[in-house]
Write a protein that binds this ligand. Structure first.
Ligand code: G6P
Length: 752
């Protein structure tokens, strides 16, 4: 029953317009049919009355002309009375005639006169119906031979003549005319509906051509604004059909720019992220530009270079102030200057509470399942709110139009979307959460869980790397806020504001412009081997991370330890180089991790070290991109062992670096990247036997297999590059913006 109802509901929703048309047509035919039936009845009754009247006149005429003869022979009681009656019935319509006395005695009757009619009954009728002084009576009745009309007229002395007319021809005529009328009405109905359809089609075509004319030609002045918007929307829809998802075409900076031009009218993008893409630092050699170790920066810097716009960030470099203008602005990248970096200055108190405190001791461990307890302090929250407001104000000061497109990045700015929305209700706010979103149960431990969710729901689109993170977010909203969850379209509606929740797996640029100038793989290998003092024929593994407890660096080193234990053949041959960028070092947990890693490296090296060979090399400092890529190109394997990671772009950078199609990626199953890079050796970094076996397998993997795996992953990363990532989000954002504009115009038109 439920299934039937669902089926009906779906069928109605899908074929609604057709069902309505068919029902409308059927109702019209029914109405016309009923009308024709009624008309036919009225017509039949009228024509019957006319015929009866006609018959009466004929009967009267016949009796009048025979009256003398009838009177003469009335009493003669011989055959002449019958002969006179037969003369009267020569008229073919007169069935028979009879002569009766007023007492009901039949004097004579022609052969065809209906036998059931007795003179007594007829005399009685004549008496009662005509009353005193009356001399005639008529009636129509159905006898078994058909319908007959009786006409009785008094004939002195003391009798009357009855003429019976056959009216069955009338019934036949009625049937024939009925059929003809029905046929005529059906034809009429069909003609009418045909005409209506043709008329409405012509009207629709006319309206359409009017609309088309209005869209492409001169428009009546009063419709100009609406038509303008319609024109834009129609254009957009047509363009959208070409498809952002279209995987046949390559996504490049040019294509992304084209998307911005066509979908966003070349509009510049305003991006808010805590980390800046270029840090100016004082060094003994003078001011240097550093490129921070941040997946967020790796992904978004190429996007801003392609799009232009403004990147608003925390100015954290020691030479940042002196390299920017009084408003904190500087054109970047140095030498290319394709977009603006707007630096905001945080006080020591703000940095402590906002960056170190709530963001990195509260939200970071909250969102990562890496067994580190989050710490929530009221004073950190106060700074978090204040800094979010500071960035939201900066966004509002940068916008050029009320319905600007703003990209809010990461967990540092959960409150920004709502703050921006409060000042720019028509803005399209696209928020991307670069780290995992925990289960609702875990998220629920945050003391300001409602405020954080509420802040994020100021966004038009909320993006995560994976569907799982989207689901966790929606579950959290469901658990802690009064909001309507639209699971079908993966959206949350709160106080009339709709937030789409979407997975957009982030990526890197392709081709990687930072690989320009990096030597080819064999040379990189030679250089790195030389730097590390490795003998020819050695095998090299690399790990490249910020020094963060979510990266599983301890587990990684322990896996190397196990590898050497289980596979003596690699002792003295295999070296693992860990490039570790110090990170968030003011936080005790990071300092403790740093110490632990140092100890672990020491103990593993002590265990296996032999003449001139150490299994682990820890390079604990910031490495600029060309250096990172040199190591990635030099290695036999790259091990990414994150315990929990939104995406992990080092994995994708390794794939991009290996244009020689050599090397093996060993990848933690707890990274977002493992969903896409399925040709990597996927491992559970906690499972040391499994991880060390994967390392061993990587080190002996045949060259052909390495090539096949890398080819497949390179094709994927080339296709799903960061331009596609940004393009998809921006097009969706632009569609929302356009819809908002159109609705605004329509409601203005309606209100006005
Ligand atoms: C992660 C975060 C980024 C952050 C990066 C580096 O990738 O998602 O937002 O920029 O870590 O961390 P840091 O604290 O140095 O900016």
């Amino acid at each position: 029953m439920t299934e039937a109802l669902t089926f009906l509901r779906r069928a109605t929703a899908r074929h609604g317009p057709w069902i309505h048309k068919i029902l409308g047509g059927a109702l019209m035919l029914l109405a016309l049919g009923l009308l024709s039936l009624g008309a036919h009845r009225v017509l039949a009754a009228t024509t019957r009355r006319w015929f009866e009247r006609d018959v009466e006149l004929r009967a009267n005429l016949a009796v009048t002309s025979a009256r003398r003869g009838l009177q003469r022979h009335w009493t003669s009681q011989d055959a002449t009375l019958l002969a006179t009656l037969e003369d009267i019935t020569r008229d073919e319509r007169i069935l028979g005639a009879a002569a009766c006395t007023v007492d009901g005695e039949r004097l004579a009757a022609t052969e065809q006169f209906p036998q059931p009619l007795s003179c007594g009954a007829l005399a009685e009728r004549l008496r009662t119906s005509t009353g005193e002084g009356g001399d005639r009576w008529s009636a129509t009745m159905d006898l078994h031979r058909g319908t007959i009309h009786l006409y009785a007229v008094a004939i002195s002395p003391g009798g009357f003549v009855v003429l019976a007319h056959d009216l069955s021809f009338l019934a036949r005529r009625e049937q024939t005319t009925g059929r003809m009328a029905l046929a005529a009405f059906v034809l009429l109905a069909l003609a009418a509906s045909l005409l209506t359809t043709i008329a409405s089609r012509l009207a629709w075509l006319g309206w359409n051509s009017q609309l088309r004319l209005a869209l492409v030609g001169p428009t009546p002045r009063e419709f100009e604004p609406l038509v303008r918007d319609l024109r834009a929307l129609v254009g957009d829809l047509a363009r959208d059909r070409v498809g952002v998802e279209d995987s046949a075409t390559v996504w490049s900076p040019e294509r992304l720019r084209e998307v911005l031009r066509t979908h966003l009218e070349g509009e510049r993008v305003i991006l808010v992220a805590n980390r800046e893409p270029y840090i100016h630092e004082h060094t003994p050699e003078g001011v240097r530009v550093l490129h921070p170790a941040s997946g967020l920066v790796t992904a978004l810097e190429p996007v801003l270079r392609a799009c232009s716009g403004v990147w608003i960030a925390n100015g954290s470099g020691s030479a940042d102030r002196e390299t920017s203008d009084p408003q904190g602005r500087i054109r970047v990248p140095p030498g290319e200057e394709s977009f603006s970096l707007r630096r905001l200055w945080l006080s020591a108190e703000e940095e402590t509470g906002f960056y170190y405190g709530l963001s990195n001791e509260g939200l970071w461990p909250l969102c990562h399942a890496a067994d580190t307890r989050p710490q929530f302090r009221q004073e950190d929250w106060v700074q978090y709110v204040a800094v979010n407001q500071k960035f939201a104000d900066a966004v509002c000061s940068e916008i050029e139009r009320e319905d600007a497109i703003v990209l809010v990045q990461d967990y540092h700015f959960a409150l920004c979307p709502k703050m921006i929305r409060a000042r720019l209700p028509r803005a399209t706010i696209l928020t991307f959460w670069h780290i995992p979103w925990p289960s609702a149960e875990r998220f629920g431990i945050a003391p300001w869980r409602e405020e954080i969710l509420d802040g994020l729901l100021g966004s038009s689109i909320m993006g995560f790397h994976t569907r799982q993170h989207c689901n966790n977010f929606v579950d959290s909203v469901d658990a802690f806020l009064e909001a309507r969850i639209d699971r079908e379209s993966s959206a949350v509606v709160q106080r009339g504001q709709r937030t789409l929740v979407r997975p957009y797996p982030i990526s890197i640029e392709w081709p990687v412009h930072r690989l320009d100038g990096v030597p080819a793989a064999p040379l990189c290998r030679r250089q790195v081997f030389e730097e590390l003092g490795l003998a020819q024929g050695s095998l090299l593994g690399v790990g490249i991370d910020r020094l963060d407890y979510t990266k599983g660096i301890e587990e990684r080193l322990s896996a190397v330890d196990q590898l050497l234990e289980r596979h003596p053949e690699f002792r003295g041959r295999f070296t693992f180089a860990q490039l570790a960028a110090p990170s968030r070092t003011r936080i005790e947990r990071y300092r403790a991790l740093n110490d632990r890693i140092e100890d672990l490296v020491q103990s593993i090296n002590d265990r296996w070290e032999r003449s001139g060979w150490r299994p682990i090399v820890l390079l604990r400092r910031h490495h600029e991109p060309p250096e990172v890529f040199r190591y990635l190109r030099a290695a036999d394997l790259c091990y990414v062992s994150s315990l929990h990671d939104g995406m992990n772009l080092v994995a994708k950078e390794f794939v991009a670096a290996r244009d020689d199609e050599r090397g093996v990626l060993v990848l933690s199953q707890f990274t977002g990247a493992s969903r896409e890079l399925t040709e990597a050796l996927i491992v559970n970094p906690y499972d040391l036997p499994q991880a060390s076996a994967a390392l061993a397998r990587a080190l002996v993997m045949p060259v052909v297999e390495q090539r096949d795996r890398l080819r497949s992953m390179r094709a994927l990363v080339a296709d799903r590059n960061v331009y596609r990532w940004a393009g998809r989000m921006l097009v969706e954002a632009a569609q929302l913006q356009k819809r908002g504009r159109l609705l605004g115009r329509l409601s203005e038109a309606g209100g006005g």
